[in-house]
Write a protein that binds this ligand. Sequence first.
Ligand SMILES: C[S@@+](CC[C@H](N)C(=O)[O-])C[C@H]1O[C@@H](n2cnc3c(N)ncnc32)[C@H](O)[C@@H]1O
Length: 312
Amino acid sequence: MPRYHESIMKKEVLHYLNNHMEGVIVDGTLGDGGHTEFILKNTGPKIKVLGIDRDQFAIERAEKRLHRFGSRIRLVHGSFENLQSLVIQSGITKINGLLLDFGVSSSQLDTPSRGFSIRNDGPLDMRMDNSQITTAAILLEKLKDEELISILKNFGEERFAKKVVGAIRREQKKGPITRTSLLSKVVSEVIKPKRNSRIHPATKTFQALRIAVNNELEQIKIVLKDAVGLLDASARIVAISFHSLEDRIVKTFFRKEEKGCTCPSKIPVCICGNNQTLNILTRRPICPSTEELAMNPRSVSAKLRVAERVYV
Ligand SMILES: C[S@@+](CC[C@H](N)C(=O)[O-])C[C@H]1O[C@@H](n2cnc3c(N)ncnc32)[C@H](O)[C@@H]1O
């Protein structure tokens, strides 16, 4: 069994979510339950957590770690894109905090059979939710060249998208690409590693495919919008992003909701009727400390942003 995922910026997460004496905090990306465990250990008995993950294996692992908290914890298998219904089905009407720690966990990355790993061979899968049908291997087969190029450019910021797709197509003439090791080899043959860099040449391709397989960016937009309707007064959204695409969505959403009115500045009286819903608490994102980076190098690209619900 892989080691538990090392939770990122645990103290900072707790600091921002610990502003209510009672109520429900939703951990929308439960993973191995590390953040949730830290929150439950360091808050009073009237704070409960609803943990959500779209990965059934994550729910099972977290269950073992968290069952000792009894009625303070409830775990649900599902995607945070259905936040509203998952919360309502759990008998909750308002929430007192939301944690979103995007991306995949170390446990998912370090289990080759899940197909996320560039360095360890496994089936080219990449589904967070195994009940979903489309895997990365299926996507490679069914997408047209232009679609695949656009995924690599938009979700992986891969400058050499055309070259990569060309190499994939040449390989597919010999047979389908169904293993992670084959995909990383094919990409490495057309993209040379940067000098002195430990980053694998297929990193961007893997990131792009993973985002596409799991429809990650769309789901982030949905959960942020839905959260606003569920948050109680002064409840906070804490979002941890791992690449600029995620971070941009969070930053843009927080700014829009803080501004409220979207009328052009020329118009003297507001006609859009949009009110401010959030107050940004982190003008600049918070990054892991030097000590945390030394202990957990995987935290290097993490950025934490927080906004608080206001009712005006
Ligand atoms: C970085 S890990 C979270 C680690 C966790 N905070 C901890 O301390 O152990 C991200 C988790 O979010 C889950 N996830 C990603 N997108 C999701 C979504 N749309 N809905 C629910 N869970 C999601 C993944 O399956 C993964 O388990």
